[in-house]
Design a protein around this ligand. Structure first.
Ligand SMILES: [Fe+2]
Ligand SMILES: [Fe+2]
Length: 283
């Protein structure tokens, strides 16, 4: 279904959720070379929850910094502007959506755990591939199925029908969504990601994580999120509502060039890091 038609069919009455202004502000400021850490700190300091998350992150084993960091400018200097932007996006997007109550057959807690699992996987795979924007990969993984949340919020009846149909027929949610609604969560995810003005490097994994070969530009990043999604399912880290397991796409596999030994190592690390990441994101 083309985008204009989808928008008209689905969202003519209801409006899509918008990201809080702080994300746009930080995104704009971090692209401007004359912005200083102090300028950014002033904006962050107005948001107590964000300040707490940022300090928690820089003091976590993830950065393994030798001494404790207690001020926001210090924290920003340590993690860098790009990581800060992605942290603000992680928090802003996560805060927008429900955590508990959804359709009878869609459990938000399990869904977010699956998403965190995918974020953790994408970050670990990025390290293995020597791709340095690891926070960008984490947020891409975390948001890869955001279309499902939007559907659950705006089209609960039809989406719930698609989940039941997928379970009954032993097919993927994506196939069931296409059968029941004529479009799927990657179409819806693309709409919301575009509306939020997210950079293409995050929009494309949301749009193509089930068909990496159709990606326009960011094939490596899409392939990493694709693999992280498959592994998050295989390790049963939460659940996105789907019962059937899907394999690794050949295009993504060739793109990443990882060995089977690497995959085993990545899965072990995912299991080790999963609980901490769930605590960090969901608390
Ligand atoms: Fe998906
Ligand atoms: Fe998924």
């Amino acid at each position: 279904m083309d985008n204009a038609l989808l928008k008209k069919a689905v969202f003519s009455v209801n409006d899509l959720p918008v990201l809080p202004a702080i994300y746009e502000k930080i995104a704009r400021m971090t692209q401007n070379p004359s912005t200083t850490a102090k300028d950014l700190a002033r904006v962050i300091a107005d948001d107590i929850a964000l300040t707490t998350k940022l300090l928690k992150l820089v003091n976590s084993p993830f950065y393994a910094f030798p001494r404790s960091i207690s001020t926001i400018p210090q924290a920003i200097v340590i993690i860098g502007y790009s990581a800060l932007r992605n942290l603000v996006l992680t928090k802003s997007a996560f805060d927008l959506f429900p955590k508990f109550y959804g359709a009878e057959n869609f459990k938000y807690v399990s869904f977010w755990k699956h998403s965190v699992g995918c974020g953790v996987g994408a970050k670990i795979i990025a390290k293995h591939c020597e791709y340095h924007e690891i926070e960008e990969m984490f947020v891409s993984g975390l948001l890869h199925d955001v279309g499902k949340v939007v559907q659950e919020q705006f089209l609960r009846g039809k989406f719930s029908e698609a989940i039941s149909f997928a379970c009954k027929s032993n097919i993927t949610i994506l196939e069931a969504e296409n059968d029941v609604m004529g479009f799927c969560h990657t179409d819806t995810g693309n709409l919301v990601a575009e509306k939020w003005n997210l950079p293409p490097v995050i929009v494309e994994p949301i749009t193509y994580h089930h068909k990496p070969r159709h990606t326009d530009k960011h094939r490596l990043q899409v392939s990493m999120v694709h693999l992280a999604n498959v592994l998050s399912h295989a390790l049963q880290l939460g659940s996105s509502g789907q019962k059937v397991l899907t394999g690794i796409d050949r295009f993504a596999w060739e793109m990443l060039g990882l060995s089977l030994g690497c995959i085993e190592e990545i899965m072990k690390k995912m299991l080790n890091e999963f609980d901490d990441a769930v605590n960090f994101i969901m608390s």
